[in-house]
Design a binder for this molecule. Structure first.
Ligand code: NDP
Length: 518
């Protein structure tokens, strides 16, 4: 996500105050009441323990310390949540409520998010590790905006009147029209990289179309979804419309994906689990939408404004610790400026302040979990052993918490795992290219197709690339620009369907044709 349309401005003072590690700052006192309250699940408008009585631990990634115990829901709890969501959908009140009233409630959720912006951003920083300023300016602000944008659609869901004439009975007359109806009960499974924002991307369109929901946040980051659940009840959303099940993917998530009383599942996460979701959904042929992984190309031509392009390339990979599905993790640089760009991005990497998200000087926080730390450091070792060279970073930081160095790998080639596979960390592989024909083949040489960036002053070249690249989003002379009105989603193995914009409504609506004989 782009916090500042000019990343060059954000990074230009780094050299003047180099400090590669920001000190750890304590968790804000104001969060203690929330943290010390029991972390239950939301089912049918009530906060409940898991039927099994089990809980699991949630960690602060900046300190590796436990911050909360959370109810560990499984199939038995999913069963209760589905019953509550079915009741709210099949018997009302949600499905019987008019668009105008739904719109007011959804708008109110956006307002409440904004009113609690500091608290929600603090929860996100504590649970995910990201800098507080990023959590507040990006995650929280965009989440509020998503609800407000979607509130407008609740009163604009319309079918068509369609003139028809039967070839075998041309004198007969009909009045034919379509209705747009909610698909019903929706299971939504979300990841840990933007916990609150992913909940908003999923919940807001489901609610505006009149669906009811069972939401499962990631086991690493369940806290902001639980606080959002409280705000959703405070907004006046009826019981059973939004149910929140905390727990593990293999148990709670799998039970949602396979449940035959759930009409649709919306998933964001790894391509590997996305494929499991598709298989699990075959039982009742529920609809599936998927927002999956990426290995996105970010291209810098020699005619680009290099200051902007270098800062933009750094931002495209280091923002949110690189834990961004659309991160610009394959950097293609035209041969004549390759050394200059690699040196520029490396200098930014070396000067980024890595530390606790609660330290105001921090620009990059820890990775989300021990597992993700092991995964990313494993890729760093693999990259070097496969022949890449670290022009910046290349290893973990020697301190508690899951901190790694922002890393620029040069001399990378297309056969290396660091170029083919999604690392989901602050690691960019820089590769030279010669001309446009060569570039397009290289850029599209991936199983993924989520996003792409291009930096050039030649507008025709930029548009030719936008047309040729197989990706759901293309950014020209910018990167990671997101808006609730702009559709986002993947080509190829990056997913099915779109998030945001009016395109997302297709995920949650079905069309009924009605034909009246006159
Ligand atoms: P997953 O795909 O495993 O997790 C995403 C969500 O799916 C979580 O809520 C998880 O639950 C749930 N889940 C896991 N297994 C199942 C299942 N069998 N059935 C239903 N739901 C399931 O991602 P990881 O957290 O393991 O991250 C691994 C890699 O995935 C990352 O390194 C990154 O490459 C990629 N990723 C991509 C994301 C994207 O936005 N494209 C987001 C996150 C990760 P739980 O966490 O509770 O187990």
């Amino acid at each position: 996500m782009c916090l500042n349309p000019e990343p060059a401005v954000r990074y230009k003072n780094l050299k003047e105050c180099p400090m590669s590690v920001a000190t750890n700052s304590p968790v804000p006192e104001s969060l203690q009441p929330f943290l010390s309250s029991p972390k239950k699940m939301l089912i049918g408008g009530k906060w409940v323990d898991a039927k099994s009585g089990k809980t699991f631990e949630v960690f602060d990634p900046a300190s590796d310390q436990v911050i909360a115990g959370v109810a560990e829901g499984d199939a038995a709890d999913v069963e209760l949540a589905v019953a509550a969501a079915r009741k709210a959908f099949d018997q009302g009140p949600w499905s019987k409520m008019g668009g105008s009233e739904r719109s007011r409630l959804i708008w109110r959720i956006g307002e409440l998010i904004e009113e609690h912006a500091d608290e929600l951003a603090q929860i996100e920083t504590l649970d995910n590790g990201k800098p507080f300023a990023v959590a507040k300016a990006a995650d929280v602000a965009l989440a509020a905006d998503m609800f407000r944008y979607m509130a407008g659609w609740a009163t604009k869901i319309e079918g068509n009147t369609i003139p028809i004439q039967l070839p075998y009975a041309p004198e007969s007359e009909f009045h034919a029209f379509t209705l747009r109806e909610p698909v019903g009960v929706v299971g939504q499974i979300i990841p840990w990289n933007f916990p609150l924002l992913m909940a908003a991307w999923k919940l807001a369109p489901a609610l505006t179309t009149g669906c009811t929901v069972i939401l499962k946040p990631a086991e690493q980051t369940p806290l902001s979804a639980l606080r959002l659940g409280e705000l959703i009840l405070q907004a006046g959303v009826p019981d059973g419309v939004v149910n929140i099940i905390t727990g593990f993917g293999e148990t709670a998530g799998a039970a949602i994906a396979s449940h035959d009383q759930i009409d649709k599942v919306a998933f964001t996460g790894s391509t590997e689990v996305g494929k499991l979701i598709i298989n699990a959904a075959t039982g009742n042929l529920k609809r599936v939408s998927l927002e999956l992984g990426g290995k996105s190309p970010n291209v810098i031509y020699d005619d680009a404004d290099l200051d902007s392009a270098i800062a933009g390339a750094a931002d495209a990979i280091f923002f949110n610790q690189g834990e961004v599905c659309s991160a610009g993790s394959r950097l293609f640089v035209q041969k004549g400026v390759y050394d200059e760009v690699v040196a520029g991005v490396s200098e930014i990497a070396k000067n980024l302040k890595v530390g606790s998200g609660f330290d105001a000087s921090t620009q990059m926080g820890p990775l989300v979990s021990r597992e993700q730390f092991d995964r990313v450091t494993g890729y760093l070792k693999a990259g070097v052993s496969e022949g890449a060279e670290a022009a910046a970073g290349g290893s973990a930081l020697d301190r508690p918490g899951y901190f790694v160095q922002p890393t620029v790998l040069k001399n990378a080639s297309e056969d290396m795992s660091v170029v083919r596979e999604e690392i989901f960390g602050p690691v960019v592989a820089a590769m030279p290219f010669g001309d446009e024909a060569e570039l397009v083949g290289q850029a599209n040489n991936t199983a993924y197709g989520l996003a792409a960036g291009i930096w050039t002053r030649d507008i025709s070249k930029a548009h030719r690339f936008a047309k040729a690249v197989k990706a759901g989003s293309v950014w020209i002379n910018c990167y990671s620009v997101f808006d609730a009105a702009l559709p986002f989603g993947g080509y190829k193995q990056s997913g099915w369907g779109r998030e945001m914009g009016h395109a997302v409504l297709e995920n949650y609506l079905q069309t009924k044709s009605v034909c009246v004989s006159l």
